[in-house]
Structures are given as structure tokens and as C-alpha cells.
Design a protein around this ligand. Structure first.
Ligand code: ADP
Length: 336
């Protein structure tokens, strides 16, 4: 499917690498005792980030492996329909597209049952990267679900390094899903390997806690990251203020009060919007440190991202919940 959406004024591509999968969301029973029904939604964190960035007018590519099956077809159609460049997606008949069954408890908390491994996304190899997706890469984004097995982890790291060599800003949202990891593997080591490759790291409060043992607590995690390549760590916590840390400064950013109905993909909306802001301002890896010192521009980018995250919670689903730039402007103006 040829979907290349080169926009005249776009400043380079946001390439999101990893898994696209189908979330099968349990529905409330129509009548007591009726069989449980599941509705399919396109998802997968890197795919969501690509959709978020595309909805904001960016040139966003999703790169990953889909099964040669009906769910792979469905994901490709949805990504394409959302304006994502899918020219560099690969397909395989060696494994099926991953599925995640999602149910909500009485408090609205999600629990996941993943049908993976085996799955197609885990079969992407370094040689499957199309050289052309690094030609115009401005930002390269990954999550930890493409680290759960050694070969896909090596591929993810290889992609991060290729993007870095191309001058791109490398971004990682830990987005840890412990149940996706083999029971005898501690995700920490693999996660740190990738985190050390990222210029921008987004963690949730729980993920910061998860990384703390062995790193001297939460402050130790931040220091450990900023001592390496990372220039900025952003810690989100739902409606609570966002904390951010750079080598020179740290601070908080307010979130927007909204009535959340489904928090799926709020973090992905946040990251997609933040990357879109960075790329619009022509910020690649080399200019990232300088950008972070520029207080007003960084504050504006975080505020835009926070508005995107908030708006993603007021609609159901992931792709369908991503706001456009007008939605974000309206929320920011209403809150001003
Ligand atoms: P993740 O999905 O990665 O856990 P969060 O739930 O922390 O990410 O959400 C990311 C951002 O989205 C938050 O920092 C905030 O700006 C926005 N957000 C998420 N939930 C809410 C909410 N209930 N109300 C307002 N903003 C929210």
C-alpha cells in the first residue's frame, strides 16, 4: 500500500518502531448472563504514537512486522486511514498479528491478556529496516514491548543507533507491560540498555518506581539516565503534575482538568504531541540540549503535549481518541 504523505512543510519524519496489535476490549454485558463480547480496536504503543503525530499534521511512519492475516490487514487499514505512512511495514506468514484482550474492573482499571509470543511483531529483524525510513528521520521512537526477546531487542537497539547516526532525536517511552516478559527474565537489564540510547525518556510514576531498586531510588534513576546520553526525562502520572528533569534544570508542568472516561493511550498522545512539537521546531539530537535550555519553548511543548494527553482520555479507544491541533488549541485557550 503506497501511502507516502510527504507534506510540503514537514520537517522530517517521526518514525515509530515496534508493535502494532489489536486490542479486544471486553464490553459490559447487554443482559445479565449474556456471553462476553469483545470489540476490536487498533493499538500498540508505537503505532498509537505514530497516529497521534499524524493527526497533528506530522509525517509519521510506523515501522514493524504484521501478520499476513485479517488483523494485520485491519491494522494496516487503520494506520493508513489515520494518515500514518505505512510504506516500511513488513508482513509475515510465520506468525500471527499480536492480540491483547483487555477488560475493565469495577473501578475502570484495565487488565490485559496478551496473545504474544509468538507474534509477527517479534520477527522484525535489522535487515527488515528500509534504508529510506532513515533518510528523512527527525525523531525515532520506541517502547519496551520490542525488548521482550533477545532478537527483537537487538533489532530495536540497532534501529535506535541507525537513527542516531542519521542525526535523529531518539525517544523512548518505557511503557512497561510486565506480563509480556518471560517469567524467568528480569526486564531491567534490557530496558536500561535501550534507555541509555535515548535522548528523551518518558516514564510513568510506576515505571520510575520499577527502575528504582538497584539505582539508588528515584533520584538515582534520573541521575543515571542524565549521566549517559539522555538529555530529558519526563515523568507523567495521569492527572497529577508532570515532572521533568534535564542536566541543568528540573520542574513540573500542570495537566489539564478533564473528565476522563478512558485513559488508554494518554501517554502515547502525550509523546506523539511532544515529538511533533520538537520536529516542528526542527529539534534533532544535536540541538536538543539547547532547546531544553530555552525555557519558554520547552514549557510550550510540554503544555501542548499535556493537552493532547488530557484530550485522549475523554474519548474511547486509542487511534480514535487522538486529538487534532484545533482540539488542543481550544483546550489550551479555555484553560488560559
Ligand atoms: P501513561 O499512559 O504513559 O501512563 P499518563 O496516564 O501519565 O501516561 O498520561 C500522560 C499525560 O496525559 C499526563 O501527563 C497528562 O498530561 C495527560 N493525562 C492522562 N490522564 C489524565 C487525566 N485523567 N486528566 C488530565 N490529563 C491526563
Amino acid at each position: 500500500m503506497s501511502t507516502t504523505l510527504r507534506k510540503p512543510r514537514d520537517r522530517g519524519a517521526i518514525v515509530c518502531f515496534g508493535e502494532a496489535l489489536v486490542d479486544l476490549l471486553a464490553q459490559p454485558p447487554s443482559t445479565p448472563g449474556a456471553p462476553r463480547q469483545f470489540v476490536e480496536y487498533a493499538g500498540g504503543a508505537p503505532a498509537n504514537v505514530a497516529v497521534a503525530a499524524a493527526r497533528l499534521g506530522g509525517h509519521a511512519c510506523f515501522v514493524g512486522m504484521l501478520g499476513q492475516d485479517m488483523f494485520g490487514d485491519m491494522l494496516l487499514t487503520h494506520l493508513h486511514g489515520a494518515g500514518v505512512d505505512v510504506d516500511y511495514v513488513r508482513r509475515t506468514d510465520q506468525a500471527k498479528t499480536a492480540l491483547a484482550f483487555v477488560s475493565l474492573d469495577a473501578d475502570g482499571e484495565r487488565s490485559f491478556s496478551f496473545y504474544r509470543p509468538p507474534s509477527a511483531d517479534l520477527l522484525f529483524r535489522e535487515g527488515d529496516f528500509d534504508d529510506r525510513c532513515f533518510d528523512r528521520v527527525a525523531a525515532f521512537h520506541v517502547c519496551s514491548n520490542s525488548l521482550t526477546e533477545p532478537r527483537i531487542a537487538d533489532t530495536t537497539l540497532a534501529g535506535m543507533r541507525r537513527a542516531r547516526n542519521a542525526g535523529a532525536l531518539v525517544s523512548m517511552d518505557l511503557n512497561l507491560r510486565p506480563s509480556l516478559w518471560p517469567v524467568d527474565v528480569d526486564p531491567q537489564a534490557q530496558c536500561w540498555r535501550a534507555l541509555f540510547e535515548a535522548d528523551l525518556v518518558k516514564l510513568s510514576r510506576q515505571e520510575l518506581e520499577f527502575l528504582s531498586p538497584g539505582s539508588g531510588g528515584e533520584d538515582g534513576v534520573i541521575e543515571r539516565l542524565l549521566r549517559q546520553r539522555t538529555r530529558c526525562v519526563v515523568v507523567t502520572d495521569g492527572a497529577a503534575p508532570i515532572r521533568w528533569f534535564t542536566r541543568k534544570r528540573q520542574g513540573t508542568a500542570a495537566t489539564f482538568p478533564v473528565t476522563a472516561i478512558d485513559t488508554t493511550a494518554a501517554g502515547d498522545a502525550f509523546v506523539g504531541a511532544l515529538l511533533r512539537q520538537l520536529v516542528l521546531r526542527n529539534v534533532r539530537a544535536a540541538a536538543f540540549g539547547e532547546f531544553l535550555d530555552h525555557h519558554a519553548a520547552f514549557d510550550d511543548a510540554l503544555r501542548f503535549a499535556a493537552a493532547a494527553g488530557a484530550l485522549a482520555t475523554i474519548r474511547n479507544g486509542a487511534f480514535a481518541a487522538m486529538p487534532d491541533a484545533d482540539d488542543i488549541d481550544r483546550l489550551m485557550q479555555a484553560a488560559a
